[in-house]
Design a protein around this ligand. Structure first.
Ligand code: ADP
Ligand code: ZN
Ligand code: ZN
Length: 739
């Protein structure tokens, strides 16, 4: 037998939760010399057929030859994943202790995962004609639907498909036909892929200030080899400008650039800026695309047709053969961590990818994570600072409002309300921040103390007044608001506390002549509604914005002159050790929305803890001091980044099953390794959620490698434990949330 034909066992990643690679025989009649790792094959699995990815060819299997099943069909003539990506995914699968099949198949565009050909697909696509680009929106005042379409099309040079249009407008086809008849819109059947470079690019780049200049020069001198940089620049300091200039350099060298942003930070404004400036073909990957567009954009990146990929977390897994730079914007943002199924951290994996590809990676933030700052102090990462706002904009003034003994009107102090009035009088915009949506967090009976609780969770139901509903924010269950107390039949039911909906109501009554815009998950559920509100804000008329953390990210509100934080205290009293870090980041991010242009901003923070030392650092814009104080606390408590954690979670409809499984898991861990610290098991902070009882066991080790090693030995043991069958369990390596 010749050596090549002896490699006749296919080692495959197949979808599913099992932490294993599966062996198959090649498809009947398949020319073995055509098989290469990274190709897809259709294979039988249990009693189904699934799409798997070939990882390697082997000459033998642990499975008896008679039991090996035969793959059905080869789906690709070329590998769709290069060796480099397979290596990254195998690394991730090992590090996060997650099934390789889910890691690899989960990273592919849906259509490839379903077995469709790796070819761009065509679909009808509408875009503005050159004549349409010059049309003034106001000329369509009597045809609002056409005006709306025109507005949407203007924001999408690459064109829009029916699926995308459906997400933003209903019944848009008649209006679209009108626009086509007028010659303002072209429709073509075409593969919708990356955008060609914008012909009306702004060739002018602003003169960089000395800090930006230094950052750009340092980065330009480090291209073509691995180095991690932390671009630590206050909000509005011109980080995006630094990104643009470095990307230009990378493109000029004929390389590709990958830009990752949080879902909510990937705003039309950001994309517009990239589009306006960069001389490259740009591909986007985010949740707003159709499956075909995702496929086309992914393919364009993989075959080198796209020069720039801008995307959210999962775009990290896109093949980019000429990758020369990775940028990760808002690196502190929690949305880089996937919180279910494959629980990876895209920031950490992006660093691994840069290392493996030997290219630089740039992490940017106004409020860097403690992990990234720690990496700077260990010289794993190089800090580039932009301590001043770019141009003439100044940092806003931060002040605390001591609300102890003050009468609050649904969370609003008289002082804050007065300031709102003053800023509106001066024709400024006002942004109020409250991280609690809904009308009121509790519905309570005044006569007997009964309060509305979720039947499936250990949680209160939130009152949503607009819909006259009680909703559970943990499991989504909902019902109508009670008229009478179910216990004592009293009609004396009170709403306790205030969420954004209630504050909106107070503001509308109090400022009847001013538009109040509420921006939270409820008010922006409908696609396009956030865009519409952002457009209204950009017009610059005095408005009051009341919103949750959706307001804190990415947006530029140049006319906002007052920011009010209704409740800064919640972050100071949480059981999660990351709560203070998050509170500080959120506070400075929200504050950063104020006074970005020529109008100076003011930030008022309501608190019952005016002397809190952490708040004092933030008031002075001393994020450095704030983070050093927190790092000291973490070091003293041996918490990350000074130790490494893995959280084993279990849940079951049976009350004791999760605890029992974790108890056994702890015993197993002790057998494998007596030095591995295991805390718990403990019931989760909210034990019952959606009808399941949840518990957790925390592993800790001061050495990452050691923890990895022992986890890898523990996982197979857990998979075979009898008590594991009664629970759903998962392992979360480097958990970001401790519930
Ligand atoms: P960041 O990304 O740090 O929030 P941006 O890059 O968005 O900051 O810059 C904030 C504002 O300052 C933008 O309007 C940008 O156009 C402007 N800007 C950035 N760099 C300069 C510069 N060197 N000179 C003048 N204006 C600048
Ligand atoms: Zn009652
Ligand atoms: Zn619930």
């Amino acid at each position: 037998m010749s050596p090549t034909t002896s490699l006749s066992i296919l080692r495959m990643a197949v979808p599913g939760p099992l932490r294993r690679i599966f062996d198959y025989l090649p498809p009947a009649g398949c020319d073995l010399s055509r098989l290469q790792p990274g190709m897809r094959l259709r294979v039988p699995f249990a009693n189904r057929q699934v799409v798997g990815v070939l990882l390697a060819l082997a000459d033998s299997s642990d499975i008896a030859p008679s039991k090996l099943r035969r793959a059905q069909a080869l789906l690709d003539s070329q590998p769709i994943l290069p060796a480099e990506m397979l290596n990254l995914m195998r690394w991730a699968s090992r590090y996060y202790q997650h099934a390789i099949g889910e890691v690899i198949l989960g990273s592919l565009p849906t259509l490839l995962r379903q077995g469709q050909a790796a070819r761009p697909t065509s679909e009808a696509c509408w875009r503005l004609s050159p004549a349409g680009r010059d049309v003034d929106r106001d000329s369509l005042q009597r045809a609002p639907k056409q005006a709306a379409l025109l507005h949407i099309l203007k924001a999408h040079n690459e064109g829009l498909t029916a699926e995308m249009l459906n997400q933003q407008l209903t019944n848009w086809r008649p209006a679209m036909s009108r626009l086509q008849e007028k010659g303002w819109v072209d429709m073509r059947e075409q593969p919708v892929g990356p955008e060609a470079p914008n012909p009306d690019r702004e060739p002018e780049t602003p003169a960089l200030n000395p800090d930006q200049q230094r950052a750009v020069e340092t980065l330009n001198a480090s291209l073509n080899r691995y180095q991690c940089f932390l671009l630590d620049g206050v909000t509005g300091s011109g980080k995006t400008e630094v990104y643009l200039q470095v990307i230009q350099k990378v493109l000029a060298a004929g390389q590709q650039a990958l830009v990752l942003a949080p879902e909510i930070g990937l705003t039309p404004q950001l994309i517009q800026r990239f589009r306006a400036r960069l001389p490259g073909r740009m591909a986007l990957l985010h949740s707003g695309l159709s499956d075909r567009q995702r496929l086309n954009n992914w393919l364009a990146c993989a075959n080198g047709e796209a020069d720039i990929l801008i995307g959210t977390r999962s775009a990290l897994f896109t093949p980019l053969p000429g990758l020369g730079l990775i940028i990760l914007d808002e690196e502190h943002d929690l949305s880089f961590k996937q919180q279910d199924s494959f629980r990876y951290n895209a920031r950490d994996l992006a660093i691994v990818r840069a290392q493996k590809s030997d290219i630089p990676i740039l992490l940017g933030s106004a409020t860097p994570s403690l992990e990234s700052l720690h990496n700077v102090s260990r010289q794993r990462s190089q800090q580039l600072s932009l301590p001043e706002r770019a141009g003439d904009a100044r940092q806003p003034d931060l002040r605390l409002l001591d609300v102890r003994h003050q009468k609050l009107e649904q969370g609003l102090s008289a002082q804050l309300l007065n300031s709102v009035q003053q800023h509106l009088d001066a024709r400024g915009q006002v942004l109020l921040f409250l991280n609690r949506r809904g009308f009121a967090p509790v519905l309570m009976c005044h006569d007997c103390g009964w309060h509305a609780r979720c039947l499936r969770c250990d949680a209160h139901l939130t009152v949503h007044h607009g819909q006259q509903q009680l909703r559970c924010h943990h499991c989504g269950s909902q019902r109508r608001i009670d008229r009478r107390c179910p216990d004592c039949h009293s009609e004396n039911l009170n709403f306790i506390g205030a969420g954004t909906e209630r504050v909106e109501e107070v503001l509308t009554t109090r400022f009847p002549d001013v538009r109040v815009l509420r921006i939270d998950r409820d008010s922006t559920r409908r696609k396009g509604s956030l865009d519409a509100m952002l457009t209204e804000i950009q017009r610059g008329e005095p408005v009051i914005l009341i919103g949750t953390q959706m307001l804190a990210k990415g947006h530029h509100f140049p006319n906002v002159t007052l920011v009010g934080m209704l409740d800064a205290d919640y972050g100071l009293f949480s059981s999660d050790f990351r709560a203070s870090e998050r509170m500080g980041q959120l506070l400075l991010q929200v504050a950063g929305r104020a006074g970005r242009a020529e109008r100076p901003g003011e930030v008022l923070i309501q608190t019952h803890q005016p002397d809190n030392p952490l708040l004092q650092y933030l008031l002075r814009h001393d994020y450095e001091g704030f983070s050093q104080a927190l790092l000291k606390e973490r070091a003293d408590a041996e918490l990350p980044p000074y130790s490494h954690l893995a959280l084993l979670r279990a849940e079951s409809p049976e009350a004791a099953a999760a605890m029992q499984f974790l108890q056994e898991a702890k015993q197993q861990a002790a057998i494998i390794h007596s030095q591995l610290l295991a805390f718990g098991p403990l019931p989760a902070p909210m034990e019952r959620r959606a009808g399941r009882f949840r518990a957790q066991l925390l592993f800790q080790h001061h050495q990452r490698g050691e923890l990895q090693h022992w986890l890898a030995r523990l996982m197979p043991e857990l998979e075979t434990m009898k008590s594991a069958r009664k629970v759903r369990w998962s392992i979360d390596v480097d958990p970001m949330e401790m519930y």
